[in-house]
Design a protein around this ligand. Structure first.
Ligand SMILES: NC(=O)C1=CN([C@@H]2O[C@H](COP(=O)(O)OP(=O)(O)OC[C@H]3O[C@@H](n4cnc5c(N)ncnc54)[C@H](OP(=O)(O)O)[C@@H]3O)[C@@H](O)[C@H]2O)[C@@H](O)CC1
Ligand SMILES: Nc1ncnc2c1ncn2[C@@H]1O[C@H](COP(=O)(O)OP(=O)(O)O)[C@@H](O)[C@H]1O
Ligand SMILES: [K+]
Length: 511
């Protein structure tokens, strides 16, 4: 699955044009592919279809679709949202539409007629804007999008629903909601990034005749995580091995009132095959953990009067840190001066890869620049509210610009950033973005994130590089949750139960 930005798409089209496929042919193929997709789903004979078109090439695709749908027996009308088209190929195609006597309406001048047509419409084709759209919809397009969004009709978007920035999924107010989106040649980041992805409905990627070699020189920066890639990152367990072969994870988690977070993070690490997991937790909660975690070992730590780790525990942690092959800090440790001091110490002193989750991230908000002092790779696993806190903005402000903000953050602080949620995004220090499409709303329950943190840290402890560990953890956590939801339902599944399904996945892949 190839994901390209709008600029990269232009380069691909240019390469195709140089190799002999004209822009006009690409537009013809795009419109034809969209019509084929519609015909596979709906018998269009005698159906009333409105094609909303913009003045760029997305509108041109719409004119081609209108002509071919008319040839297929549909009752087609075209609506010009921004007046007459401006690009050469779109102009040629509106002229072909007119030679077929398809009626063409102007959104503003013909508003009364359009209002009547909207009472009885079966299919709407959204060909207002595609990859050329930036910013907010202007007044005309807003009005058109509102008409599309309130009509009772199946909505097919060409390339992208109008009102979405292809490269980062930024949404304009009133962006079109489609039932189906037919992407041309390659998928774009916006097809994956929520909430834009929700506007796309069911997505298909259509071949528009561009030869494979036209994509070769494109330097991709946005990838979809695949199961095949995940299992190439996870080595087979050698026959002649012992627990020392699979790493030692020092997991600094848990506090009074949040022991579950500590427990789930240990289980996550154990279920991905970590050789030895040490849970370092406040002394008073160790007995609770020891009763539930029979395969873990424990480091009882000095604690403060709130039942969380105290600063006094730093020398104890420092000793254990020397032996660890990875360190996880943060699941349920609480957020106070003591836990902040411990987090800062770990960041400055860990020589092994480090994963910072939950309250570890909250602690970082006090002094984010400490990340520059890290000696080893760092992975951060915030949910959107934690990420927003790190950036000092609101969650809403984060969500509308999460691709850019996430990318900038990972590059600036040289960390692997796992921004959790539906379609979790992983940003690398090199500026690459990975998107994960496994997982479901059954994970939207307390404890899911602790399991994920343990899984990623467990892979890191086994020597898998930070970025690949994040990729493996996020994918497998979501895939196991999908299997778990299939047997126990999204509503009832408990995060801890997905660990059983994780076993099935490893079994299927001979691990
Ligand atoms: N290259 C090719 O030959 C091929 C391209 N293909 C197709 O073309 C699409 C890309 O075409 P494109 O580059 O012409 O851009 P497109 O999506 O039509 O939008 C441009 C229009 O949007 C407008 N606009 C922008 N922002 C706006 C805003 N905030 N509010 C309102 N208007 C706004 C902008 O107006 P302007 O700002 O210039 O006034 C301009 O009129 C691509 O997605 C695919 O479908 C295929 O046919 C295969 C061959
Ligand atoms: N609707 C959803 N679809 C897919 N994954 C989800 C959804 N909601 C939550 N998740 C996943 O569940 C986990 C929740 O993490 P987090 O919010 O930190 O939970 P907690 O801190 O309670 O353990 C993340 O991995 C996130 O990606
Ligand atoms: K569109």
């Amino acid at each position: 699955m190839r994901i390209v930005t709008s600029d990269q798409m232009k380069q691909i089209e240019k390469a195709a044009a140089l190799s002999g496929l004209s822009y006009y042919d690409m537009m013809e193929n795009a419109g034809a592919a969209a019509v084929q997709s519609i015909l596979r789903k709906i018998n269009t004979n005698q159906k009333r279809i409105l094609v909303y078109t913009g003045k760029g090439n997305n509108g041109g695709d719409g004119f081609v679709a209108a002509r071919l749908l008319c040839n297929a027996g549909a009752n087609v009308k075209v609506i010009l949202v921004d007046g007459e088209p401006r690009t050469e190929d779109a102009i040629t195609n509106i002229n072909l539409v007119r030679t077929l006597n398809i009626e063409v309406f102007d959104l503003i001048k013909d508003i009364d007629k359009i209002t009547v047509l909207l009472q009885n419409v079966d299919i709407i084709v959204d060909a207002i804007y595609g990859t050329g759209f930036l910013g907010e919809l202007r007044q005309n397009a807003k009005q058109a999008a509102q008409q599309i969004n309130t009509a009772i009709a199946a909505v097919f978007a060409l390339d992208l629903p109008s009102g979405i920035n292809a490269d980062n999924g930024e949404l304009s107010e009133d962006a079109v909601f489609a039932d189906f989106t037919i992407a041309f040649d390659s998928l774009k980041p916006a097809h994956f990034v929520y909430p834009a992805a929700e506007h796309c409905g069911v997505i298909e990627c259509a071949d528009i005749g561009i030869a494979p070699q036209c994509h070769d020189y494109i330097d991709l920066s946005f990838y979809h995580i695949t199961e095949e890639q995940v299992f190439t990152n996870i080595p087979q367990r050698p026959v002649n091995s012992n627990k020392g072969s699979f790493g030692k994870l020092l997991n600094i988690s848990s506090s009074f009132g949040m022991t579950g977070a500590g427990r789930l993070s240990v289980l996550g690490a154990q279920r991905v095959g970590t050789g030895l997991v040490t849970l370092a937790a406040p002394r008073s909660v160790i007995a609770i953990h020891a009763a539930a975690l029979t395969e873990a070992v424990f480091l009882p730590l000095s604690e403060n009067d709130k039942g969380s780790i105290s600063k006094e525990a730093i020398p104890q942690i420092a000793d254990k840190l020397k032996e660890a092959s990875a360190c996880l800090i943060g699941c349920g440790i609480s957020n106070n001066e003591d836990t902040a001091a411990v987090t800062e110490f770990i960041i400055k002193n860990a020589k092994c890869p480090l994963l910072i989750d939950a309250d570890g991230i909250n602690a970082l908000c006090r002094n984010i620049n400490v990340l520059y002092e890290a000696k080893a790779p760092v992975v951060l696993t915030p949910h959107p509210a934690e990420m927003a806190r790190l950036l000092g903005i609101s969650t809403a402000q984060l969500l509308v610009r999460k691709v850019e903000l996430g990318r900038e953050f990972a590059v600036k602080y040289r960390v692997v950033l796992v921004l959790k949620g539906a379609n979790t995004l992983i940003f690398t220090p090199e500026g690459t973005t990975l998107v994960n499409t496994t997982g479901n709303s059954g994970l939207a329950k307390g404890g899911s994130g602790d399991i994920l943190a343990g899984m990623i840290a467990g892979f890191m402890a086994q020597g898998i590089p930070a970025e690949q560990s994040a990729e493996c953890g996020v994918y497998l956590h979501g895939k196991a949750a999908d299997l778990c939801a299939a047997r126990l339902s999204k509503t009832s599944m408990m995060p801890s139960e997905l660990l059983e399904d994780l076993c099935i996945l490893f079994l299927e892949h001979g691990r």
